[in-house]
Design a protein. Structure first.
Length: 335
């Protein structure tokens, strides 16, 4: 009988064989435990139990007809060759800011989702997954945080389990410094610290991104509320179509979905073009709003080398707009 071999990587170390088989054989028509019981799966040419935990460089051998059956059964969900080529081409277009065995940091382009919002949509997660799909049997290279569809700049993906655990822990412990720049309506006179409670408005099902925001100057955050804290610093001023604008540097103290967008709007400075949160619509059809993740500072990592400071230049479209519409802008973005 012909077998197909798969090599266990460092990211697969310690995983149970049944869990790994479920990643390899994705079709629901295949019974993983029956395959193990009938010895259609071997490890280092020996039979195994479903609870066996693999080690790096172990060889998992699966009967060839099972692998083919899995491909045929899952054929409807497999990407076409054209789709694969398109995904690979899109990856080549991405700007990689940093990459090692644990993390991948890219410059996210505008007008693309991090995760698919609808069926068969090509998102950044699928582009990265396709590129690194053979790096591990059980671990998937995935985004470690989110940026909105129209937000650009620094986006971090995990390439290893260690990388995912480390970045997630420092994110949870608020040990990251994340800075954005955005073009807002109004004249923000001085540096301010916005502190708000946010309550998701569950009654408005037509707009899942609608938030009700309230001041936190009184009382404490209850179970239905989350605290959002953002430091906003004016960098420069200008006018666009008769409206005053401020180029604002946003430093996120806490990280919530759409935090900059709804806090900036709630405090009187909606992003220009962000119509979902009260901003004035750009006249050009291809414009939404300008918000860019420009700077990320990481804590020291003694387990593996990562840069402590990552900078991402603003897109050309954003820069050209600023040069035309800001007064005396000197290009300074990070204070």
């Amino acid at each position: 009988m012909e077998y197909i071999d798969y090599t266990v990587t460092k990211n697969d170390e310690g995983k149970r064989i049944d869990k790994i088989l479920k990643k390899i054989l994705t079709s629901k028509e295949i019974n993983i435990y029956e395959i193990i019981r009938k010895k259609l799966c071997k490890i280092n040419n020996l039979k195994c139990r479903e609870t066996f935990r693999v080690k790096e460089n172990d060889i998992i051998s699966i009967a060839g007809f099972i692998v083919e059956k899995n491909k045929e059964a899952a054929g409807a969900t497999y990407k076409t060759d054209n789709n694969k080529n398109l995904i690979q081409e899109k990856f080549r277009e991405l700007e990689v800011l940093f990459e090692d065995d644990n993390l991948l940091v890219i410059n996210k382009p505008k007008n693309i989702n991090v995760q698919p919002a609808k069926k068969n949509e090509i998102a950044l997660s699928s582009i990265i997954k396709e590129k690194y799909q053979n790096s591990s049997l059980s671990f998937t290279c995935a985004p470690l945080h989110r940026l909105d569809k129209f937000t650009t700049g620094i986006l971090v993906f995990s390439k290893s389990l260690n990388g995912a655990r480390w970045f997630s822990s420092v994110l949870k412990e608020h040990k990251l410094t994340k800075i954005y720049v955005g073009l807002a309506e109004g004249h923000l006179e001085k540096k301010v610290l916005w502190e708000n409670n946010i309550i998701k408005n569950e009654t408005n099902n037509s707009n899942p991104n609608n938030f009700k925001t309230v001041s936190i100057s009184k009382g404490t955050v209850n179970e239905t509320e989350e605290k959002a804290i953002t430091e906003a610093t004016p960098l420069c001023y200008g006018k666009y179509k008769g409206k005053e604008t401020t180029l604002i540097q946003y430093k996120i103290i806490t990280g919530k979905k759409h935090q900059i967008r709804f806090q900036s709007s709630f405090n009187g400075f909606p992003l220009y073009g962000d119509t979902a949160y009260g901003g004035t619509k750009f006249s050009a059809k291809n414009k939404s709003f300008f918000l860019h993740s420009i700077y990320l500072q990481l804590p020291e990592n003694k387990e593996f080398e990562t840069p402590q400071k990552i900078y991402c230049k603003i897109p050309r479209e954003f820069e050209e707009f600023l040069q035309l519409n800001l007064i005396n802008w000197n290009g300074k973005l990070i204070l």
